[in-house]
Design a protein. Structure first.
Lengths: 468, 65
């Protein structure tokens, strides 16, 4: 679905007709521009791009056919519908020959007109989707920088756009790395508070004793170390949005205080007797199943219901793998320009490697892998080797422990790099042999014993061994 | 101007344009109005009369070529 509203230009010398058509097509969702003067309409077409032009055939200063020709010339993608109070077979044929979409006689059959407009709109959407073969078009399917061409993401983006103007609270759920903060930011940016502050607090990163002071502020002398008055996040975000990341990690005591603020709209600084009214939109995010947490008594269920006015569920990347090529194109573009390298894309087998991975770290992991690939790559096109060298660990069948030298890609030594290549190669061969070590050893040209030694060295053994 | 045939055509054309506006608005109102609205009957009369006028005009000119 295109984000832009389609545009309809109506040209008729009779103002009463213009007003009528404007009202009649209102339900179709087009932006309508009315022109009594055809010349004026044509000069507008050099400024704006229209999807449909509805043109009266008989006007005092200009012939509708001339307008039709001029529009087809200026904007070939713009469909033209002619209308006339004096329908004739001749003019109908002429209209079709000149490329008009349809020819309507007055009085106008509104049902037919609306159907035509809906068809054009649908066709436009379909074409946009077809053209989405490169990163350029992927950009049009974005939501505040997030790419999601898959139906599940388009649905989510639609939901975000619909709720952004209204929602007072929302809960964003999804696995780690799926982009929960991006969604929260989009809700903020698309809502009426976009010019106000968007503040983030990561609930898992704060010491329990400091929570209250962070969220609600404190007065000087409220506790040891409180040498000054401090504004809490709620006050700082007044009129804006507060994003509570990892809300499932909130200590129980803070949960009840947060609930009270949400219920009353009032905050009290630690050590203060006075409360202040604040107007803050709360967006919470969690990678836990908060409902189950509430059910098990680990999360206050009344707070859960207060936060979960609407739930936005981000799917894991493996459930929308059709987005991977578009995400990949966007990330390569980003990092190619960041590192000043002329990288243009990736080889098909490299893309295949990206498509088939489980991506337990989701979009964030994909982004990291491509960042490292672009950093290490030497050619114009990323090869499978570039990708494999940047892959941290093979997900799925083999999920070994972290490999010590796999962190911090930049300062690895050559030996470490070679080890990484060797390890990934072994993992791949094992995966191809469906975990059969004898077969994998044969393919690798190693004895079984040597393979076992390698597996041990790369910590690939303990996870897969006991289960087989 | 001087040509009586084209003058008559022009007149019919203009007339039909206005009838189309009357009919169009009547259509929209009928569409938007609840079916049991007491004004529906009046509206139908407007619609009927305007339609009849359009038919009259069309027949008067003979079948369109």
């Amino acid at each position: 679905m295109s984000e832009r509203k389609p545009v309809l230009i109506v040209v008729d010398d009779e103002p009463g007709m213009l007003g009528l058509i404007e009202r009649a097509v209102q339900p179709t969702g087009y932006d309508v521009e009315l022109h009594e003067n055809a010349g004026e309409a044509l000069s507008r077409l050099s400024v704006i791009s229209a999807d449909v032009a509805l043109v009266d055939l008989r006007m005092p200063d200009i012939d509708g056919f001339d307008v039709l020709r001029a529009v087809r010339e200026a904007q070939p993608q713009c469909q033209v519908i002619l209308m006339t109070a004096h329908a004739s077979v001749d003019s109908a044929i002429e209209a079709v020959k000149l490329g008009a979409l349809d020819y309507l006689s007055k009085p106008i059959d509104f049902a037919r007109l609306r159907q035509l407009l809906a068809d054009v709109r649908e066709e436009g959407d379909r074409r946009a989707a077809l053209m989405a073969a490169d990163g350029e078009t992927a950009r049009r399917l974005e939501l505040c920088g997030m790419i999601g061409r898959s139906p599940v993401m388009q649905e989510l983006f639609g939901l975000v756009r619909r709720i952004a103007p209204h929602a007072r609270a929302a809960l964003v759920t999804g696995e780690t790395g799926t982009g929960k903060e991006g969604i929260a930011k989009a809700i903020h940016d698309l809502g009426p508070r976009r010019s106000r502050r968007f503040l983030t607090i990561n609930c898992s990163a704060i010491v329990e004793t400091l929570f209250e002071s962070e969220l609600f502020g404190h007065m000087r002398g409220a506790f040891t170390g409180a040498t000054d008055n401090k504004t809490g996040l709620f006050e700082a975000a007044d009129g804006g949005t507060l994003f509570l990341d990892e809300v499932g990690e909130l200590p129980a005591a803070v949960q009840s205080k947060l609930l009270r603020v949400l219920e009353t709209g009032e905050v009290q600084r630690v050590g203060s007797l006075q409360s202040k009214t604040v107007d803050v939109r709360i967006i919470a995010a969690t990678n836990r199943d908060l409902y189950a947490e509430a059910d098990a008594g680990r999360f206050r269920s009344d707070l859960y219901y207060r936060l979960n006015v609407i739930e936005l569920r981000l799917p894991p990347l493996r459930e929308r793998s059709e987005d991977i090529p578009y995400l990949t194109a966007a990330f390569i573009r980003e990092f190619a320009s960041k590192f000043g390298k002329p990288i243009e894309g990736l080889r098909p087998e490299a893309e295949r490697a990206l498509m088939t991975r489980a991506w337990l770290g989701n979009v964030r992991e994909l982004r990291n892998v491509l960042e490292r690939s672009c950093m290490l790559a030497e050619g114009l096109v990323l090869t499978e080797r570039d990708i494999q060298a940047a892959l941290p660990l093979e997900g799925g069948v083999h999920r070994p422990q972290r490999w010590p030298s796999d962190t911090g890609g930049e300062d690895r030594t050559l030996t470490q790099d070679l080890h990484l290549v060797e390890r990934n190669h072994i993992v791949r061969m094992l995966a191809e042999a469906h975990g059969n070590k004898r077969a994998a050893a044969e393919r690798l040209g190693l004895s079984r014993r040597t393979l076992y030694r390698r597996l041990e060295r790369y910590h690939l053994l303990e996870d897969s061994e006991p289960r087989q | 101007m001087g040509d009586p045939v084209s003058d008559k055509n022009e007149f019919e054309h203009e007339l039909k344009n206005f009838l189309a506006i009357i009919l169009g608005y009547a259509d929209l109102l009928i569409e938007e109005m609840p079916a049991d609205d007491p004004r529906m009957e009046d509206l139908s009369e407007i619609h009927k009369a305007a339609s009849a006028a359009v038919t009259l005009l069309n027949n008067h000119r003979g079948p369109t070529t």
